[in-house]
Write a protein that binds this ligand. Structure first.
Ligand SMILES: [Zn+2]
Ligand SMILES: [Zn+2]
Length: 391
């Protein structure tokens, strides 16, 4: 059997060169023109059939094995974040205010490396690998746009695979978790309208700040009193804007926040209690209320049988690898939208290195990961893809 990890390690310089180039030149969601251009160039130079400009900057490439077989979709996200980078490294962002603070630079590099590894094996491959390089994962709906553009059809995959480099876990580890891995997420905004007036004459006003405070307090009971203690849920108010100065009671107060869940029954409880509390408390304080709720992503739920199989395969590819099968995160990931259409496995590749100071969290201005995770990720992705082709 081919030694995927050895192959990936031999391509380490190539992966690192790509990753550092993407890190130096980060691009925000739906603006990944340079990144997508490099992806398309690399993959078409290898000999893959490449289609660009899907959902603005998405790239799809087909690698046809020499033998007949199924289609497996591998997805890699490409976007950076509006974060000012504080790392002082050789590959610090050259694009002011934009930073690869989630590790998607690594994902693109791993995707290209996997294509190179699998292309060299094409004479042995039974079936087709569909490489999907997706824009705008960071809450902008890139996966949804790619699905709308038909990325799940023509050819239709039987399985989907994706990964994330993960700084909550040490380099040399990986998570293959059967069932729910990442939470479903919705965003909300609440606009309360009272009656503004003089800060010294509250009796002539309807104070939306007091109503907002009561709503925020009452919302804390949804998780503590309504959701079963053995199930997970999040309801966070993350923004409140009201008022400008000390002697004016404002007319309005605006709040924003997020709901998170794994279980559909928890989603229903969160939504119904949220709506009832916000409306009735606002009414009790004579405020008018407007609620906007946006469903962001469903939970990432890994297909259990396939995930267990890949979790058992992983240590045969990298013997020293520590495998975790129970990790869960209330973070969300729009790969869930593709996985709702075609089940598969989303796995995490540990990328933190405490000794080297490479352990800041995702989205932190000093986020960086141990590049030794690149060949681990490439080997696991390539081996998993081949295993799924072989059935
Ligand atoms: Zn992120
Ligand atoms: Zn991410």
């Amino acid at each position: 059997m081919i030694d995927f990890y050895q192959e990936a390690k031999e391509l380490f310089e190539f992966s690192r060169m790509l990753r550092r180039d993407f890190h130096r030149n980060p691009e925000l969601g739906f603006h990944e023109y340079r990144t997508a251009g490099i992806v398309a160039r690399e993959l078409s130079q290898m000999g893959l059939e490449v289609t660009s400009g899907i959902a603005e900057t998405g790239v799809v490439a087909l690698l046809e094995g020499a033998k007949p077989g199924p289609v497996v979709l591998l997805r890699f996200d490409m976007d950076a974040l509006p974060v000012v980078e504080l790392n002082q490294v050789e590959y610090t962002s050259h694009n002011p205010g934009v930073m690869h603070a989630c590790g998607h630079d690594g994902h693109v590099a791993v995707g290209i490396t996997v294509a190179r590894m699998l292309y060299e094996m094409r004479a042995e491959l039974p079936g087709t690998i569909k490489f999907v390089f997706q824009p705008a994962e960071e809450g902008q709906g890139g996966a949804e746009k790619m699905v709308e553009a038909g990325v799940m059809n023509d050819p239709t995959p039987v399985h989907t695979l994706a990964l994330h480099l993960w700084n909550e876990l040490p380099v040399g580890s990986a998570c293959f978790v059967p069932g729910p891995l990442m939470a479903g997420a919705a965003l909300f905004s609440i606009m309360l309208t009272g009656k503004g007036g003089h800060g010294a004459m509250p009796q002539q006003t309807i104070d939306p700040i007091v109503a907002a405070a009561q709503i925020i307090s009452a919302l804390q009971t949804v998780i503590s009193r309504n959701v079963s203690p053995v199930l997970a849920g999040v309801l966070s108010v993350t923004s409140i804007k009201a008022g400008e100065t000390f002697n004016v009671i404002p007319q309005t107060a605006e709040m924003k926040g997020t709901l998170r869940y794994f279980d559909p029954s928890v989603k229903q409880i969160l939504l119904s209690r949220f709506d009832k509390i916000v409306r009735t408390v606002a009414a009790a304080f004579d405020c008018e209320v407007e609620i906007k709720l946006t469903d962001l992503t469903p939970p990432v739920v890994n297909e259990p049988e396939l995930t267990n199989k890949l979790g058992k395969l992983a240590p045969t590819i990298i013997p020293s690898l520590q495998i975790n099968t129970t990790f869960q995160s209330m973070g969300s990931e729009d790969m869930a939208i593709m996985m709702e259409k075609v089940p598969g496995c989303y796995f995490l590749v540990g990328s933190a290195n405490h000794e080297k100071g490479l352990d800041f969290g995702h989205h932190h201005p000093r986020f960086d990961f141990d590049e030794a995770a690149l060949p681990v990720a490439a080997a696991l992705m390539a081996a998993s893809a081949v295993s799924l082709l072989q059935g």
